[in-house]
Design a protein around this ligand. Structure first.
Ligand code: PLP
Length: 381
């Protein structure tokens, strides 16, 4: 298996602190990613949930967008299907160029992927090792930590602050040998924001040799400003974007890594081939819809505000959020709450070990949230 790696690649891997025994693991990652357990939101939602969800159930467990792609993106996807016998690489370049234009970075600062789980895993493989740790907030999105554990890297969890922001000072001090500092803004699962000033601070003060991996999966639901200007200024950060959230394309797959070309190049060693043209076209057309972000954000917020009103009126504790998900305190084992809600055909999200009485709830449609309200009232009565 290790003969799949060139002598130079083997040397690079060993220089990063991996043992000779790890070479086989790396070689198998290169063969279609088969050996790397791939963690994404839906896989984790399934792990923590009862399987075989009934078709008429409310699914607010995986931070998906029930609206799906906007009509213009759906039309473009339908039209390209007939041409799908070809690789159509230009569609991938067009998507990258459109995103680069909006973000104010050069086209070679954007690499498209089929979603952002993929570059998240690649960044962890590229920048962590048995001697370079992965620093993450607690509670935080788990996928990167699981990939780090897989390659034998230490995972350092740093509790969020009292206001549920990333504790950037504690994260910077957590390990002088950090390889990746992962900041998710707004955070998954809490939906809370970390200020731009704090992101600037950690970028300036992170341990030498580490990269800041800034996951902006939920950025468009919040009023936070994107940090792509920091990439344009050639700082040591990689931004992750996905079209699975506000743009409603989780099953269609599109995403991107935005960063300095030399930082992105290290992730490309683990690269795959052509990307699904349906996802690329859908993403490009979504970006071209000028009012889409504002209108979807507004609609989601109205439903979220109504949900928060209901929770407050019924004395159900929750953490106010800037995203399309929030944490609800069931004041009992969250597993029990999740199971009781499933009996009402409302599938809510998982809990995190550091917050065992909280379940993460995704904001669905008005109709779905009405069903959520009725079930929560019954279960938590
Ligand atoms: N990052 C965060 C914080 C997420 O919550 C998710 C999915 O839920 C992803 C990345 C990856 O999403 P996808 O692979 O669908 O783009």
């Amino acid at each position: 298996m290790t003969n799949l790696l060139s002598g130079e690649e083997q040397k690079q891997i060993l220089n990063r602190g991996f043992s000779r025994r790890s070479l086989g693991k790396f070689a198998s990652i290169l063969t279609a990613g088969a050996a790397l357990p791939f963690y994404n939101e839906s896989a984790m939602a399934q792990l923590s949930m009862v399987k075989d969800i009934p078709a008429d159930a409310v699914k607010i467990n995986a931070n998906e967008n029930p609206l799906g792609p906007c009509p213009e993106a759906a039309d473009a996807i339908h039209s390209i299907v007939q041409k799908g016998g070809r690789y159509l690489y230009d569609e991938t370049f067009n998507f990258a160029g459109t995103l680069a234009g909006i973000e104010g970075v050069k086209p070679n600062y954007v690499i498209p992927y089929a979603g952002s789980s993929d570059p998240l895993h690649r960044a962890v493989l590229a920048y962590t090792s048995p001697t370079k740790s992965f620093v993450v907030a607690d509670p935080g999105y788990e996928a990167g930590g699981r990939a780090a554990e897989y390659v034998g890297a230490k995972v350092v969890k740093v509790p969020l602050t009292k206001s549920f922001a990333h504790d950037v000072r504690a994260m910077a001090e957590a390990d002088p040998n950090a390889g990746v500092i992962y900041v998710c803004n707004p955070n998954n699962p809490t939906g809370t924001l970390t200020s731009r000033a704090d992101i600037e601070w950690i970028l300036a003060n992170k341990p030498k040799g580490s990269v800041l991996l800034l996951d902006e999966a939920y950025l468009h639901f919040s009023d936070a400003t994107p940090c792509s200007d920091m990439v344009a200024a050639d700082k040591e950060l990689i931004i992750l974007r996905t079209f699975s959230k506000l743009f409603g394309m989780a099953g269609l797959r599109a995403g991107a890594a935005i960063g300095r070309p030399d930082l992105l190049a290290k992730m490309q060693m683990y690269s795959a081939g052509a990307l699904p043209v349906t996802g690329m076209v859908g993403a490009k057309v979504s970006l071209q819809q000028k009012s889409l972000v504002a209108s979807r954000k507004k609609a989601m917020r109205a439903i979220r505000a109504d949900t928060f009103d209901f929770l407050a009126k019924n004395n159900i504790e929750f953490i106010p959020s800037d995203s399309n998900c929030f944490m609800l305190n069931a004041k009992r084992s969250a597993h029990e709450f999740i199971g009781a809600m499933a009996k009402e055909k409302v599938y809510v999200g998982r809990s995190w070990p550091s917050m065992p009485t909280y379940s993460r709830i995704t904001v669905g449609t008005a109709d779905e949230m009405a069903k959520f309200q009725a079930a929560a009232k019954k279960v938590l009565a």
